[in-house]
Write a protein that binds this ligand. Sequence first.
Ligand code: PLP
Length: 389
Amino acid sequence: MIQFAERTKRLGTETAFLVLAKAKALEAQGKKIIHLEIGEPDFDTPVNIRQAAKKALDDGYTHYGPASGLPPLRQTIAEHIAATRGIKVAPDNVVVTPGGKPIMFFTIMACVNEGEEVIYPNPGFPIYESIIDFVGAKSVPLALKEKTGFRIDIDDLKRAITPKTRMLIINTPQNPTGGILTHEDLTQIAELAIKHDLVILSDEIYSQIVYDGFKHESIAALPGMQERTIILDGFSKTFAMTGWRLGYGVMPPHLAEMVTKLQINSTSCTASFSQIAGMEALKGPQDDVRKMVEEFRRRRDAIVEGLNQIPGFRCHKPLGAFYVFPNVEGTVKDARWLADYLMNEAGVACLSGTAFGRFGEGFLRFSYANSLENIKLALELIRAAIGKL
Ligand code: PLP
C-alpha cells in the first residue's frame, strides 16, 4: 500500500464536491434532488464565446502557449481590470491560469514562508485554509459575523495581526455569505496592510455579480495598495465558464514572474482555445452577463423571502455572488445534520455552514444558481421538512 507524505495530512477539501457526489448517488437510486449546493451558474456559456472557441480550434489554437498566458489575452485582461478597478495595469501584471483557483495556490506558495501567518475569512472559501496549512504556514481565521452582513470586523482584524502575519486574504463579494466589503472597510483594511506590511490576496471572482446598484471596488485601487495586492478574478462565474478552466491574477510584475515559474512547474499553461474564448468574453457583447445577473437578482429576492418565512430560519439579503447564508440556529443545533436531513427528507442539496469553517456553525449555504421554479419548489420542500422536526 502506497503511504502518503506527511504534508497531505494538512490538506483540506471543498465539501461542495463531496455533497454533489452524494446527491448524484441518491439520484442514481431514483430520488429527485434539487441542487442548491454547487457554486456554478446553471446558464450555458454565451453563444459568441462558444463560437470563438470553435473557431480557435479550427485556427490551430491546440498547442502550448506562453506560460503566463497568450499576450493578446493578457492585454485584454489588463485593459478590463484597469477599466473596472480604476488602476493602471499592464500585460506583465497578468498571469492567466486554469481557473482562478491556482492563483491562491501559486501566490501563497510564492509569498508565505513556513511558520508565517495568513489571516483569512471564516466562513470562507475552504481552499484558503487548506493551502495555508498545506504550505506549512499558520492559518488564522477571521470570523465574519451575521450582524454586520458578514463584513470584516476591523477590531477583530487588528487583534488577529501579529509580527508573523504575512498575508491577509479578503473576498468580496463573498462565498459563502454573499457579503461585500464597503469602501470604508477597504480603506481601514488598507491602512492596516500598509502599517503591518501585509500582502493582500483579494479574491474578486464575483466582482461582476452584484445587485441593487452596489459597485464593486478593489482594495488595489487605494493609495499604496496595488504594489502589495494580488487580484484574483476569472471567467468561471461571470460568463458561466466553470468547465473552461480560465482565470487570472493581477499582481506586481516580479511576483507575476514567480507565479509563472510555478505554473511552468505544474500546469505549463492554460488551454489555448479557452484563452481565445476568454478574449471574446471580455471584448464581445455583455448583454448575456447583464441578463444572468438580473436573473440571479430575481432568484435572490425569492430565496431570501422564502427562507425568512420558514420557522427557525433568518436570512440576510446579500449584495453579491449567488449564495445565501441563512442562520438556522432556531431549528437544530447541528448545521451538518440539518444539511443531511434536508437532502434525505426534502430532496434539497445544500451545504452546512461548517463546510466553510468553524464560524459557519449554525448556518446553511444555498446556491441560487438554479431556476426560479426549482428554488420555489425547494422552499416548499424545506418548509415541509422543517415542519416535521
Ligand atoms: N474564489 C471563490 C471565492 C470561489 O467561490 C471560487 C469557486 O467556487 C473560486 C475562487 C474558483 O474559481 P475557478 O473555478 O475559476 O477556479
